[in-house]
Design a protein around this ligand. Structure first.
Ligand code: APR
Length: 178
């Protein structure tokens, strides 16, 4: 699938039309990628977020990107990992689907994701990668927009997990899909 790729980098430097923020339900900023995006976007981002009234886990809300190169930020609160028996996988899949649905509705052509919930929210990376890749690949198979989606991993180690997971489920040689 040439519409999807896995890269290593800092999502705040992304040239995508929209970047995704791994937010919390208040949408009022935090640490991790949330903190980095707010720092790079500047105070106008928080000012707009204050008008949104928060966001439910698994849903997504769109704002402008302000001082970011990205025109838009899609804010989505991921699930906090509590062992896997509390609907975490469905909520994480919903984060990706909600961001992609909102992007397609707004005619956004390129979207970059961070690895949602795998930092402060402690979602184990291999499980998160399996959920994320299935949600993204299923959406792209059914929609023409976005034209390009990337998973922007902050470290080479994280990218390796995503690449191994992608190869396991989606490498051309595989006939059985997830
Ligand atoms: N670019 C790309 N990825 C990044 C960056 C960055 N600049 N900074 C961090 N990451 C990666 C982390 O390495 C992790 O893999 O983003 C992933 C998500 O980690 P967190 O940012 O901790 O997000 P999450 O686990 O979803 O927890 C969300 O943390 O920052 C707070 O307000 C946020 O309460 C919310 C919680």
């Amino acid at each position: 699938m040439d519409r999807f790729s896995i890269i290593v980098g800092d999502i705040t430097c992304s040239d995508a039309e929209a970047i995704v923020n791994a937010a919390n339900t208040t949408l009022l900023g935090g640490s991790g990628v949330d903190g980095a995006i707010h720092r790079a976007a500047g105070p106008e981002l928080l000012a707009e977020c204050r008008t949104l009234g928060g966001c439910e886990t698994g849903q997504a809300k769109l704002t402008a990107g302000y001082r970011l190169q990205a025109k838009y930020v899609l804010h989505t609160p991921g699930p906090i990992w509590r062992g896997g028996g509390h609907g975490e996988a469905a909520l994480l899949a919903s984060c990706y689907r909600s961001c992609l649905t909102l992007s397609a509705e707004r005619g956004i052509r390129t979207v970059d994701f961070p690895s949602i919930s795998t930092g402060v929210y402690r979602y184990p990376l291999p499980q998160a990668a399996t959920v994320a890749l299935k949600a993204i690949m299923d959406f792209l198979a059914e929609h023409d927009l976005p034209e390009r989606v990337r998973m922007v991993c902050h470290t080479e180690d994280a990218a390796q997990v995503y690449r191994q997971t992608w190869n396991f489920w989606y490498a051309e040689s595989k006939t059985d899909r997830m």
